[in-house]
Design a protein around this ligand. Structure first.
Ligand code: AMP
Length: 187
């Protein structure tokens, strides 16, 4: 199973260290990485029609519509066939999870696991503010809002994916969290 190309879902509040852990898997194991948040920000930066629609919603820390996000993933995911893939920040709703199930069977890619990075709000909010990347949604109110939205999504993923979900304690050093990720993926 480990040698077969597969998909791993990464989910966690902003500032939980998902990006750092994804980078380790990319570097060490050749995973590809697709983040719907990054893709949406690229659309916003390029001023595409999709970006214009998404910007207001993203700035408010709310979820972009399923139609937009699913179409975006459908368009991009083909490019990753032939590689194992970390899907970062997708799916976030039941409709997205159902659409992903269809896409993965079309691509004949098994879902290896769903990693839920858990970090308390009191830890992530200061991290986001300290990160200060100049993102329009990096302010305290939006950070708290995104955390709450995330908590609901996490619950939903647990309900939808059941035993495939692995909760990862995201508090600790990068190495500590990386070894929890490896254990969860059987690496
Ligand atoms: P992220 O970088 O994953 O925290 O995403 C930043 C923002 O992009 C989120 O707060 C949402 O507004 C939007 N977004 C990213 N991924 C999704 C998704 N799967 N469904 C809906 N909205 C999304």
């Amino acid at each position: 199973m480990t040698n077969q190309n597969h998909v791993v879902i990464f989910s966690g509040p902003p500032g939980a260290g998902k990006g750092t852990q994804a980078d380790i898997l990319i570097k060490n194991l050749g995973y590809a990485h697709f983040s719907t948040g990054d893709e949406l920000r690229a659309h916003v930066a390029q001023g595409t029609e999709l970006g214009l629609q998404a910007k207001v919603i993203m700035d408010a820390g709310q979820l972009v519509s399923d139609d937009i996000v699913i179409a975006m993933v459908r368009e991009k995911i083909q490019a990753f066939a032939g590689q194992s893939l970390i899907l970062d920040g997708f799916p976030r709703t039941v409709a997205q999870a159902e659409a992903l199930g269809g896409l993965l069977s079309e691509l004949d890619m098994p879902l290896k696991g769903v990693l839920l990075f858990e970090v308390p709000e009191s830890v992530v909010v200061p991290r986001i503010l300290a990160r200060g990347q100049g993102r329009a949604d990096d302010n305290e109110e939006t950070a708290r809002k995104r955390y709450q939205v995330y908590v609901e999504q996490g619950r939903l993923l647990v309900e939808y994916y059941g035993a495939a979900v692995n909760k990862i304690d995201g508090v600790g050093t990068i190495e500590e969290v990386a070894s929890r990720v490896n254990a969860a993926l059987g690496l």
